[in-house]
Structures are given as C-alpha cells and as structure tokens.
Design a protein around this ligand. Structure first.
Ligand SMILES: Nc1nc2c(ncn2[C@@H]2O[C@H](COP(=O)(O)OP(=O)(O)O)[C@@H](O)[C@H]2O)c(=O)[nH]1
Ligand SMILES: [Mg+2]
Length: 200
C-alpha cells in the first residue's frame, strides 16, 4: 500500500518523551543538526509547502512533532549541535531523543540528515553509533545538494563524507535537495520499503 502524502496531517507535539503515546503505526523519524533541512525535506516528501515549520532561527527549543500519513507516522525530532544553545537546552535535546529511541516503538526508519557541504560532525557520529547500538534501521540523507557546483562535485563530496562515516558500515546514503527535488523520489521509495518491511 502506498502512502497518501496529500493526506498527511500534523497530529501532536510533545515536550517530554513520557508524553508520547505508545506507537500503533511504523514510524519514520528525522534527525540531524538544527538547520540541516529536516522540516524542508519533510515538506518536500509530503509535497506540501508549510505543513512542517521551517525556521530561520537555529537552536530554538524544539519538541517531538508527529504527522500521520495513514499507514505510518512521521516524526520530526529536535535538532542538535547548535553551538549557541545553553547546556540546559542540550540536556533537553538528549532527554527527548534518547527518551524517544529508548522506548519500545515500531521504528521503521530513521533518516539521519547531514548537510553535504560540511564535514561529518562528532554529534552526527554519536547519533549514528546510538542508532547502531539500539539496532534502529537508519539511512543517511545528505541535504542541500543544490549548493554544490555540479553533479560530479556532489559525487566527490558524498564519497568523502561516506569515508568519514566509516563506522556506520553499509548504511544507505542519498544526496538530496529540497529546493530542486534531487533525490526526493529515492527517499520516498526507501521510506516506503522500510514501512512495508515494518508492517510485514
Ligand atoms: N539551498 C537549500 N536550502 C535548504 C534546503 N533545505 C533546507 N534549506 C534551508 O535551510 C534552512 C533550515 O531549514 P529547516 O528545514 O528549517 O531545517 P531544520 O532546522 O533541520 O528543520 C532554511 O533556511 C531552509 O530554507 C535545501 O535542500 N537547499
Ligand atoms: Mg525543523
């Protein structure tokens, strides 16, 4: 069964992991540094302009936001790694992310977003190690490919970042742009495959 992206709707926002109800459907989640393009790619996948709020102020305190797509839920998780946030906000981020992933939930796929222009950060590596340790299926989504000068530059940069990600083993990687749509169909296909597997 395909996802009806046109019918995706916001369901709820949670400020504490304990508020998140038990999962009933397979969940597709999005993590990455704040400003990496999580909200933008979710809107692009859903083919909606402003369902998920896009922010120009990185590091803003965030919640766990749920969107229902009929056969699956999409989960926008708080962004990490913004240098200017206070320690209590970083602690809050950790509590939310770890609280969510430590629950007994139907994790279909976690999309780990990394800006293709930047080196892989220590926090990206920690996030991936955490997902590996918890055995949560994930893929690497490089964002903002439109900012690269050419397709060959995208390929070269991807190869470099994949090397930096050596610890993540054989994870699937995709280069995307929420501006021009590069890679979005591939991401949709991978998400749909993961949901189908979680339902099997
Ligand atoms: N050029 C370009 N800009 C993007 C892309 N994705 C997001 N942005 C911009 O990056 C900023 C942060 O995006 P947002 O989706 O709010 O990131 P989030 O904090 O991870 O949810 C916004 O100014 C977006 O317009 C992309 O694929 N290409
Ligand atoms: Mg966002």
């Amino acid at each position: 069964m395909a996802i009806n992206y046109q019918k995706v709707a916001f369901t709820a926002s949670y400020g504490l992991p304990s508020q998140v109800p038990a999962s009933t459907l397979p969940e597709v989640s999005f993590v990455g540094r704040s400003n990496v393009g999580k909200s933008s790619i979710m809107n692009k996948i859903f083919n909606r302009k402003r369902l998920v709020k896009v922010s120009n102020t990185p590091g803003r305190t965030q919640n766990i936001n749920f969107f229902n797509a009929g056969i699956a839920d999409f989960v926008d998780l708080p962004g990490y790694g913004y240098a200017k946030v206070a320690k209590k906000d970083k602690d809050r981020w950790r509590t939310l992310i770890e609280g969510y992933f430590n629950q007994d939930r139907r994790f279909a796929l976690c999309c780990v977003l990394i800006d293709i222009r930047h080196d892989v950060s220590e926090l990206d590596k920690q996030m991936i190690s955490f997902l590996l340790a918890r055995e949560i299926p994930f893929m690497i989504v490089f964002t903002k490919a439109d900012k690269m000068s050419s397709k060959s530059a995208v390929r070269r940069q991807m190869a470099k970042l994949v090397k930096q990600l050596s610890a993540s083993g054989d994870a699937v990687v995709v280069a995307t742009s929420s501006l021009d749509g590069t890679g979005i169909d591939d991401v949709r296909t991978l998400i749909e495959d993961a949901i189908a597997q979680a339902r099997a």
